[in-house]
Design a protein around this ligand. Sequence first.
Ligand code: IMP
Ligand code: MG
Length: 245
Amino acid sequence: MVSPLLTQSFQSCDSQMIQRENISNFIQQAEFLLPPIEIKDEESGYNKNLFCIPKHYEEDLERVFIPHGVILDRTERLARDIMQDMGNHHIVALCVLKGGYKFFADLLDHIKALNQNGDKSVPITVDFVRIKSYCKDTPTEKMSIVGELSTLNGKDIIKTGRTMKALLSELKDNEPKMVKVVSLLIKRIYRSPGYRPDYIGFEIPDKFVVGYALDYNEYFRDLNHICILKERAKEKYKSNVRLLE
Ligand code: IMP
Ligand code: MG
């Protein structure tokens, strides 16, 4: 039995315009799962000077929003929840590039550790797909999906859910036995035509974040923590020319 497992680092709420206070309830009712860690709108994160940040990004970041260690700890628990639910299904893990690669790798490391040390284990195969739906921090009209969808399984971040919906509709054509979507982050966006993942790491305010493979115009993927950008950094990195300097 093969069960595709899609991992992504972002997703936002929600097609059914659920009231914010009912979101956690809805998730539990829908999937009998624990709600994600909720990061409140007023949460400002941490002083970046208290963490190790690459020198080349120091002046660009406002705050550390989710430290790397917290991301890994939460991912470890998601791995446990997934393995408990998967039964004896063979897992095809599909990573949605590029933003999902860190989460995908860390999630699979935790799943592999469970496979190695637990009473039962299931085979896992991996696959990768690339979706481009944003230009810098702005959604684009045209969404391109590059990759082989026959063995589907993972994604990076869900904001409105538009990207994930497109991917899932492609997936359906391959008639998988079961598809589960894992998203590290879900943005609280109340009136968007979103898609709700089966497993969610954190529910965050609708702020643009970077780091842990999430980018702004291809920058900041090489940053471990999930951080908030300074407005002036968007100006600085808005052109790809910097990549060539
Ligand atoms: P959606 O289609 O609106 O759900 O957007 C999902 C995609 O947008 C993700 O796969 C990311 O590539 C990108 N994205 C959305 N929000 C952010 C953000 O805050 N930081 C970086 N990328 C983002
Ligand atoms: Mg991007």
